[in-house]
Design a protein around this ligand. Sequence first.
Ligand SMILES: Nc1ncnc2c1ncn2[C@@H]1O[C@H](COP(=O)(O)OP(=O)(O)OP(=O)(O)O)[C@@H](O)[C@H]1O
Ligand SMILES: [Mg+2]
Length: 377
Amino acid sequence: MTTGIRLAGLRKDFGATAAVDGIDLEVPAGAFLVLLGPSGCGKTTTLRMLAGLEHPTGGEIRFGERVVAGPGVALAPGRRDAGLVFQSYALWPHMTVRSNVEWPLVVARTPAAQRRERVEEVLELLAIERLAGRYPGEISGGQQQRVAIARMIAPRPSVLLFDEPLSNLDAKLRVETRAELLRIHRATGATSVYVTHDQVEAMTMATHVALMRDGRVEQFGPPADLLDDPASDFVATFMGTPAANVLDAVVRNGRLDHGGTDHGGTDRGGTDLGPANGLADGTEVRVMYRPESLWLSSAGAGGPVLRIAFAEATPMAGRVVVTGVVGDPARRVRVSVLEDRRPAVEPGDPLLVALPERPDRIFDAATGRRVDLVRAA
Ligand SMILES: Nc1ncnc2c1ncn2[C@@H]1O[C@H](COP(=O)(O)OP(=O)(O)OP(=O)(O)O)[C@@H](O)[C@H]1O
Ligand SMILES: [Mg+2]
């Protein structure tokens, strides 16, 4: 039995702070929903409301047809058929691994024979059978994390809630445990909600991503949508490894002009970034370029060229992300270019970046929202 999740107008105020500021979203049964976003955007608060550890100030949470929290409804955590693993997982130190995993079944009054069978099953699923007789103090941090997950899934909850469950693991174990969690999610058929600020985790695990910002959902959809079709410049600069580049520009004579005027409005001869798609002159926009849309060039490539000061080169999957900064000290912007090899330059040296004829996306500077949806024919 599986359960979809629906949040409607969900909010949580802590005094004057709106930790969660009105969230509407819905995922079907069996979904793997990732709540993604920068520190303080309301991920944990949302998850705690799902778990029943926090009561919403407004709105409603449904698991399937059941309202679990809302006006006049506050189902206790133990009655939500939901399992929970937090960043700091508290195993019972005086109980063996086996007893820890068995504990929720004891609480649920599962008959002893069934209990034993289920415990063996989940110990095997998480590959921790051999640790069954040990105490939490006698196993590694990563193993403890797996025990916590085994304990969570033992009673077969139909909703699994995770708050950065992998943050204490080293890079390799993280990748392995990530795969394990996905396997468990699929094997249990549960609906999972997974909080992280690591977007690689989000991209590899999610069926649905909600990218949060200041207590709201900035964009919600399949992970590929957020990468391919960012709804705002915030999404564009948050998603992707490396994230997309965003530059300020102003529409002048029907063209996108970058850096053409300083704050005082003095003309300094800017870079023409292409046609403005019918936007009115004077409109302030932010234009986006994916790192793979740019290339390093020697002068005279023909198209628009940006001058950057080299900052660093980061190897990535056989290629190199070359990053530099552009602009005056008051508004320095990082620009990343995907290249085949590291340029022979030192930090601070100038590099020329060639731009395509038009940016990948144009956003309104005031609202952050896309304005290039209607293109000139
Ligand atoms: N119990 C509380 N009392 C007052 N303010 C709180 C409380 N819990 C959270 N907040 C505030 O609500 C906002 C959202 O916090 P939350 O813990 O949900 O963020 P988060 O997205 O999980 O961040 P992180 O990635 O750092 O864990 C923050 O501004 C935080 O300071
Ligand atoms: Mg948090």
